[in-house]
Design a binder for this molecule. Sequence first.
Ligand SMILES: *[C@@H]1O[C@H](CO)[C@@H](O)[C@H](O)[C@H]1NC(C)=O
Ligand SMILES: *[C@@H]1O[C@H](CO)[C@@H](O)[C@H](O)[C@H]1NC(C)=O
Ligand SMILES: *[C@@H]1O[C@H](CO)[C@@H](O)[C@H](O)[C@H]1NC(C)=O
Length: 388
Amino acid sequence: MDLYFRRIQLSLLKTLLSLSLVCAFFLIIYELNVLEKKYLKKTTWCGSECFLSKKEVVRVISESPRAKKAVDDFPQISNGSWDVQVLNCSEDASVRTKDWFHRLDSRFHQFILRRHCRYYPMLINHPEKCTDGEVHLLMVVKSLIEQHDRRKAVRKTWGQERTVDGRKITTLFLLGTPSTGKDSKNLQKLIQSEDLIYKDILQWDFMDTFYNLTLKEVNFLKWFNIYCPNVQFIFKGDDDVFLNTHNLLELISLKKKHHKDATLFVGNAMFKVVPIRKPQNKYYIPKDMYDKPYPPFIAGGGFVMSSQLARRLFVASEDLELFPLDDVFLGMCLQKLHLAPEMHPAFRAVGERLSPCLCRKKILVHKFIGQQLLNIWRLVHNEELVCA
Ligand SMILES: *[C@@H]1O[C@H](CO)[C@@H](O)[C@H](O)[C@H]1NC(C)=O
Ligand SMILES: *[C@@H]1O[C@H](CO)[C@@H](O)[C@H](O)[C@H]1NC(C)=O
Ligand SMILES: *[C@@H]1O[C@H](CO)[C@@H](O)[C@H](O)[C@H]1NC(C)=O
C-alpha cells in the first residue's frame, strides 16, 4: 500500500513538474514576444506618429536667465570674417612640471599641452557658401583628406546639393591637416584640386587627429556664426553613414509645426554614461581628467540641430575647457545652456540587419563606406522595392 501511494505521489510530482515547465516555457515565449514588439516599436521610424505621442522625450530643462542673457547679448548676425590669420599658439610648458601630467597616459600629453589653443587659421574657406539666399539645411561632414572616396559617395547620395520643395540643402566637409607620418605635401595638393572642382571644403590648420575632433567642433561653430546668418538647420555627421534625407526633412517640419525647433538637438542621445576607464579603449578617459558621469550627449554618426542653438552652443563653448571627446564636449556645452539632447530611435540602428527596408524607416544608419553607401542608396530609392 505504502509503496503504491508513494508511486502515485511520485507520478503526480512528475506531472506537476512538467506542467510547470511547460508553463514557464510559454511564459518565456510570451515575454520574448512582448520584448520584441517593444523593441520594434522603439527602433522604427513612425513618421508623424512619433511626435504626436505623449511619450515623446523632450528633455528641455528650464533655462537659467543667465544662459538666456548670454545669448541675447550676442550679435545674432555677424558680418565679420575669419580673424585667425597666423598659427601662433605655443605649448603650455607649465603643465610639464605637474605631477598629474606625468601620471597621465602619454596619449593625452599633446592634447593637454595645447588645450588652450582653440582657433586656427583657415587653409580653405568658403565665405560664400551660405550667402546665396536662404539655406534650409546645411550638412556638415567630418572627413579626413585621404578619405576622398567617402566624400565622393556622400556627394552623390545624401550630400547632394539640391532644393526639395523649395528648401535648399547644401553640404560642406570639415577637414584638418594630415597627421604626422602622412605624405602631407601631396595630400594638400590633392585636397586643393578637389576643392577647386566641388567648392565644398573647409580646412583648418590643425592636425586631423582623434582628440583634435573637438577643435573641428569649435572652429566650425565659430565659422558658422560668422558666415551663415541665413541657415535654418544643421545636420552634422560622419562620412561613413547612410542618411535618409527624406525622413530627416520630415522630422524637421514636424518639429517646426509643433514649435519645437528653436532648441532642436536630436540624435542617438545617451544619458547617464560613465567614462570608460580601460586604457586600451579608444574612448578611455582617466579619472584625473574627468571624474563624474558625462552629461547627456549625442553619440557618433550624426545629429540635427537648429541654427539658433548652434549659435548658443558657440557662446557656451567659449567658456568651457576643451575635452578630448568631441561628442561629450558638445554635451557639456548643452548642459551649460541647461538643455539636453533629444533621443530619437530613427537615429539608432546598431547591430540590426542593414536592409534597404530598414534604411527606409530610419534617419541615420552606420556604417556605409564609399561604394557601400552608393549601393544602399540605390536600393532604398528603387521604386520596385516593396517593404512591409
Ligand atoms: C557689418 O558691416 C557694416 C559695414 O561694414 C558695419 O558698419 C557693421 O558694424 C557690421 N556689423 C557687425 C555686426 O559686425
Ligand atoms: C606669437 O606669440 C608670441 C607670444 O605670445 C608673440 O611674442 C609673437 O609676436 C606672436 N607672433 C605673431 C606673428 O603673432
Ligand atoms: C592638434 O593639432 C595641433 C595643431 O596641428 C597639434 O599641435 C596638436 O598636437 C594636435 N593635438 C592632438 C591631440 O593631436
